[in-house]
Design a protein around this ligand. Structure first.
Ligand code: AMP
Length: 286
């Protein structure tokens, strides 16, 4: 595996791969790797000639009071894990290298970024879209692998690809979980033992709502109320949001009746623990 720290060396490498007509799969990450990240690499490895991963804790997607400085970083461990999972090129720039001093243009994201996580993180998805657009321009991937744990991020980036007329295809990858159901996240290390004990309530509550829908409950207000009730069983956390939204528009669902075409519904929630805000979701077809 080649580790590249500079944009110009990455560009040169990509140029020569393109000349050889090799397909490129790309996995953007902020490091602090777990099996969720590695599942994206493994899928990319199967579907492409070359796998490029990036490791960059993007300052633009953190709010002023968020955990940018404290975000877990362990380059040596991450490098080994990336290599073992089959990455060919690891792009790991410094913030100054990635955003040169005169950098001043940002992507302004639309309605997909306003609800769910966007309500408490108003600048987050603009920062994500800016970093990913820049990474796509550098890496020129045929496919980019994203985890559905960050479903809103997936939808924002799918729309970015359409709006900017990019040819990269987004591959959505399933959520990888701990054995007790908690979605893997780099932020799980912030949980105290007591909080870690309660954290699986997040997924359990989402699942109980999916079951209610499957049993025929069609009233979103009732479903949301039940979801909040379930989430509140986690006494060490505060409910940030609990929503039933259309998986395409991310707007709250008013009625759960099927549309003429197949409709996907997202049940999504976020719990704030003392040092970690955890998100999770379930996608269901109605
Ligand atoms: P991050 O390093 O948190 O920016 O995440 C990098 C990529 O890994 C994103 O596409 C995430 O959605 C994905 N990811 C994070 N956690 C998981 C998980 N538990 N299962 C699958 N993908 C994940």
């Amino acid at each position: 595996m080649k580790v590249l720290r500079h944009r110009h060396s990455l560009k040169k490498r990509i140029e020569s791969l393109k000349e050889k007509d090799l397909s490129i799969g790309f996995v953007p990450t902020m490091g602090a790797l777990h099996d969720g990240h590695l599942s994206l690499v493994i899928k990319a490895r199967k579907e492409n000639d070359i796998v490029v991963a990036s490791l960059f804790v993007n300052p633009l997607q953190f709010g002023p009071k968020e955990d940018l400085k404290k975000y877990p970083r362990n380059f040596i461990r991450d490098r080994k894990l990336f290599e073992k999972a089959g990455v060919d090129i690891l792009f790991a720039p410094s913030p100054d290298e990635f955003y040169p001093p005169n950098f001043q243009n940002h992507i302004q994201v639309g309605s997909l970024s306003k609800g769910l996580c966007g309500r408490t993180r108003p600048h987050h998805f603009g920062g994500v879209a800016t970093v990913v657009l820049r990474l796509i321009n550098l890496v020129q991937p045929d496919r980019m692998y994203l985890g559905q744990k960050d479903f809103q991020q997936v939808r924002v980036l799918e729309q970015l690809i359409i709006d900017m007329d990019l040819s990269t295809k987004i591959v959505r990858c399933p959520i990888v979980r701990e054995t007790d159901g908690l979605a893997m996240s780099s932020r799980n290390v912030y949980l105290s033992p007591e909080e870690r004990g309660e954290a699986p309530i997040l997924q359990a509550s989402l699942r109980s709502i999916a079951r209610l829908i499957q049993k025929g409950e069609k009233r979103p207000k009732i479903l949301q109320k039940e979801l909040i009730r379930g989430l509140k069983l986690a006494k060490t956390a505060r409910v940030d949001y609990a929503e039933i939204v259309d998986a395409q528009t991310l707007r709250p669902v008013v009625e759960l009746t099927p549309l003429p075409h197949k409709r996907e519904i997202l049940i999504a929630a976020a719990l704030c623990f003392s040092k970690a805000r955890l998100i999770d979701n379930i996608l269901i077809k109605v």
